[in-house]
Ligand binder design. Structure first.
Ligand SMILES: *Cc1c(COP(=O)(O)O)cnc(C)c1O
Length: 511
C-alpha cells in the first residue's frame, strides 16, 4: 500500500495525537464554563489558538474556530456579503477554486450577487493583472485560493493583496494547501480573511479555522447563530480535543516547513521525471510556480476509469469521472483547457511526510506498467502484457477476472476480419478481430478503449469467438450482462459488445 493522496487528507501527527489524548481520556470541560474544568479547557483552546496564529503570522484573537475549511469558506463568503448587503455587490473569483468556494458563490449568485469567474491560463495560473482588470466600482470581495488542490499551482496572492487593500476591497484566500507547506505571513500580507483546515496539515479531521483580520477589521455576519461563541462569529461549543490537536499540528508544521518543503519538492521532481519518461504524459499545472508535494499528470491514450482501476493499492486521486464523488471529470482540469478524455485520464499524486524515494519509485513503476498495458489493449502502443493487481473498485468478479487477464489483447495479421463498435464521441471503442480457417474462427483478438467493463467484454468475447462458425455468432447484450454480471449503470458496455459481434458477423458473411 502506498499513500500518495495527502492533498485529500493527511495522517495525524504523533505530537498532535499526544495533545489530543488528555481530552479524550477523562479530561473534559466546556471552555465557556466559569469553573476549574472550564478554565482548563479554555487554557488549552487559547494555547492552540496562539499556535495556529503563529503558523500564519496572525494574532490569536484573529482566529475563529470552525468545523473545517468548507465551513471557513462558507462563513467568509456568505458572512462578508451578508454583512455588506448583496444589492449592487460584485465578487471576483476563479473557476478553478475548490468546490467549497465555487458552490457558496453560486448560491450567492442565485440570490443576486454579480460574479466574475476568472479563467486560469493553460498552466492553471491566474495573473494579478487579470484580477485587477476584473474589478468594478462595486466589487466587494475577491476570493482566490493560495495553492490549487488539484494542480499545486501557486496563485500570486502576496502580490495581489496590497493592490486590493489600496482599493478597499476585501480579500479572502483559501490557504488550505498553502499553510504548513509555504511560508504564510499575514503580518506582512494584507489578506482580510483566510481559511485553514487541520486535516490537510497532519491535524485531526473536523476542525478548521477562519482568520478574520482585526486591523483593519473585516466584518462578517455569523452563519451559525447560538450562544455567541468566537466573538459572535461562530456559535457552538468548542471541541477541545480537536482544537488541541490542530494547534499542535500547526506548531510541528512551522518547525518542519523548510525541510518538508525541500524534501517534497525533490521527491515530486523525481516522480515527474520517471513518469515523463513515458511518451504522451502531460503536466497539468505550472512547472515553476507550484507548491511542493503535488503532481498532476494526464496520460494520453488511456481511459481514466481503467487507469484508476489498474493501480490497485496505490492511493492517488484521479480525474476520472467514475472514481470521484461527483462523477464529473475534473472541472479544474477542464478550466485549464484539457478535453474530457485527458481530464479523465489524469492522476494527482500528493506526497507527504511518510513518502520516501522507495514509495515514489514503486508508484512510478506501477503507473507506467498500467499505462503501457492499457495502451496496448487500446491499440495505442505496443507493450508486454501485465495483469493489474486486484479488484479494488467494486466490479463483479467475472468482469474483474476478464479485465485482469487480457490475453487476447493483440492484433491479428492483415487479412483477419474485424468488427468495430463505439460510442459517437469515441469515448468507448471495441474492435473484434477473427481469423477464419475451414469455416471456423481459429484465432480472435480485441482492442478496447474504455472502462474495465469494456475491456472485460472484449476479452471475454475474444475467447468466446474462438472455435465458432460465423453463423453461430449470436449474442445479446443481455447474455453478456448475465455472464459477466454487468451492473445496470454499465449496460452500455454490453451493448457495445453486441454491436461489435454483429459487425464482425456482417464482415464474415460478406467474406
Ligand atoms: C480540502 C480542501 C478544502 C475543504 O476542507 P475541509 O476541512 O475538508 O472542509 C477546501 N479547500 C481546499 C483547497 C482543500 O484542499
Amino acid at each position: 500500500m502506498i499513500y500518495l493522496d495527502h492533498a485529500a487528507t493527511t495522517p495525524l501527527d504523533p505530537a498532535a495525537l499526544q495533545a489530543m489524548l488528555p481530552w479524550l481520556e477523562g479530561g473534559f470541560g466546556n471552555p465557556a464554563s466559569d469553573h476549574a474544568w472550564g478554565h482548563a479547557a479554555r487554557a488549552a483552546v487559547e494555547r492552540a489558538r496562539a499556535q495556529v496564529a503563529a503558523l500564519i503570522g496572525a494574532q490569536a484573537d484573529e482566529i475563529v474556530w470552525t468545523s473545517g475549511a468548507t465551513e471557513s469558506n462558507n462563513l467568509a463568503l456568505k458572512g462578508a456579503l451578508e454583512f455588506r448587503g448583496l444589492r449592487g455587490a460584485h465578487l471576483v473569483t476563479a473557476r478553478s477554486e475548490h468546490k467549497s468556494v465555487v458552490d457558496p458563490v453560486r448560491h450567492l449568485e442565485a440570490q443576486g450577487l454579480r460574479v466574475t469567474w476568472l479563467k486560469p491560463d493553460a498552466q492553471g495560473r491566474i495573473a494579478v493583472e487579470q484580477v485587477l482588470a476584473a474589478l468594478a466600482p462595486d466589487t466587494a470581495l475577491v476570493s482566490l485560493m493560495w495553492v490549487n488542490n488539484e494542480t499545486g499551482v501557486i496563485n500570486p496572492v502576496e502580490a495581489l493583496a496590497p493592490r486590493l487593500r489600496e482599493r478597499g476591497i476585501l480579500f479572502h484566500v483559501d490557504a488550505v494547501q498553502a499553510a504548513g507547506k509555504l511560508p504564510v505571513d499575514l503580518a506582512h500580507v494584507p489578506i482580510d480573511l483566510l481559511s485553514l483546515s487541520a486535516h490537510k496539515l497532519y491535524g485531526p479531521q473536523g476542525i478548521g479555522a477562519l482568520f478574520v483580520r482585526k486591523r483593519p477589521r473585516a466584518r462578517l455576519s455569523p452563519q451559525l447563530h447560538g450562544s455567541g461563541h468566537e466573538q459572535g462569529m461562530r456559535s457552538g461549543t468548542l471541541p477541545v480535543h480537536q482544537i488541541a490537536g490542530f494547534g499542535e499540528a500547526c506548531r510541528v508544521a512551522a518547525e518542519r516547513l523548510a525541510s518538508d518543503r525541500e524534501r517534497l519538492s525533490a521527491l515530486r521532481d523525481r516522480l515527474q521525471r520517471q513518469l515523463q519518461a513515458l511518451p504522451g504524459v502531460h503536466l497539468n499545472g505550472d512547472p515553476l510556480q507550484r507548491a511542493p508535494g503535488i503532481l498532476n499528470l494526464s496520460f494520453a491514450g488511456v481511459e481514466g476509469e481503467s487507469l484508476r482501476a489498474s493501480l490497485g493499492d496505490l492511493a492517488v486521486s484521479s480525474g476520472s469521472a467514475c472514481s470521484s464523488a461527483t462523477r464529473e471529470p475534473s472541472y479544474v482540469l477542464r478550466a485549464l483547457g484539457r478535453d474530457d478524455e485527458l481530464a479523465g485520464a489524469s492522476l494527482r499524486f500528493s506526497l507527504g511526510r511518510a513518502t520516501g524515494e522507495a514509495e515514489v519509485d514503486q508508484a512510478a513503476a506501477r503507473v507506467a506498467q498500467a499505462v503501457r498495458t492499457l495502451r496496448r489493449i487500446a491499440g495505442t502502443e505496443p507493450a508486454a502484457p501485465v495483469a493489474p493487481p486486484h479488484n479494488a473498485h467494486g466490479y463483479s468478479a467475472p468482469v474483474w477476472a476478464a479485465f485482469a487477464a487480457p490475453v487476447h489483447a493483440a492484433t491479428l495479421p492483415d487479412g483477419a476480419l474485424a468488427g468495430t463498435a463505439g460510442s459517437p464521441a469515441g469515448a468507448l471503442r471495441l474492435r473484434l478481430q477473427a481469423d477464419l480457417e475451414q469455416g471456423r474462427i481459429a484465432r480472435a483478438a480485441f482492442q478496447a478503449y474504455g472502462c474495465p467493463v469494456t475491456i472485460a467484454v472484449g476479452e471475454w468475447l475474444a475467447a468466446w469467438l474462438e472455435g465458432r462458425r460465423p453463423e453461430e455468432l449470436r449474442l445479446s447484450a443481455g447474455d453478456l450482462s448475465s455472464v459477466l454480471e454487468i451492473s445496470d449503470d454499465k449496460a452500455h458496455c454490453g451493448l457495445l459488445g453486441e454491436d461489435a459481434v454483429l459487425a464482425l458477423r456482417r464482415q464474415m458473411s460478406v467474406a
